[in-house]
Design a protein around this ligand. Structure first.
Ligand SMILES: [Zn+2]
Length: 191
């Protein structure tokens, strides 16, 4: 049951725009408090008790409670988006590569992702930190050539400055193939 409660639920704002992905546990909490509606397969917004009356279908994730069996909603719509914290895009190697569109930030080439490394613009040995501003995608030859030097020391310059990405949550979800449900697709196409 704990696994079921960590299932991903797509959260929409009042205007049916995707704003984040949350857990089934949080989805039920919002639904039960009346802060959100669950979206059924026909696109209808249902409150907790209407949702709880829906029969379980084959393939549904279910939460057995004392008096009823609850389907885990795949899509939730929140009444006031400000009740849901904005998703932070985590600093990770994968997300740095996504931001850089798998392009070496020194030579501009786009080799196979397996040929790409993450480069510290200011090397760690010179006090460079792990940050959006200091991590970039680099191909192996550029990474090797630059070694433990800064761009100025190596004469290798970034094709664009590194910064925290501003992509929308939609793009992030679209790019992340894992953990998506077919019920999300009509909403992810928007925007
Ligand atoms: Zn390169």
């Amino acid at each position: 049951m704990s696994d079921v409660l960590t299932t991903a639920v797509l959260v929409l704002n009042r205007h049916f725009q995707p704003v984040q992905v949350t857990s089934a546990r949080r989805a039920f909490s919002l639904l039960f408090r009346g802060a959100a509606w669950a979206i059924d397969e026909s696109g209808e917004s249902l409150d907790f008790w209407s949702w709880a009356r829906l029969p379980a279908r084959k393939g549904d994730d279910l939460v057995p409670t004392v008096s009823l069996v609850l389907r885990v909603p795949r899509v939730l719509r929140v009444a006031h988006y400000d009740r849901v914290p904005r998703t932070i895009i985590h600093l990770s190697h994968r997300n740095v590569m996504l931001r850089d569109q798998f392009q070496c930030q020194y030579c501009g080439r786009t080799p196979a992702p397996s040929e790409l490394n993450i480069d510290h613009v200011v090397p760690r040995s010179q006090g460079g930190e792990d940050s959006w501003e200091n991590l970039v995608t680099a191909c192996r030859p550029c990474n090797l050539k630059k070694g433990g030097r800064t761009p100025d020391q190596s004469g290798m310059h970034l094709i664009r400055p590194a910064a925290r990405p501003r992509w929308s949550i939609v793009r992030e979800i679209m790019l992340d193939g894992a953990g998506r449900y077919k019920e999300w697709e009509p909403f992810l196409k928007v925007g």
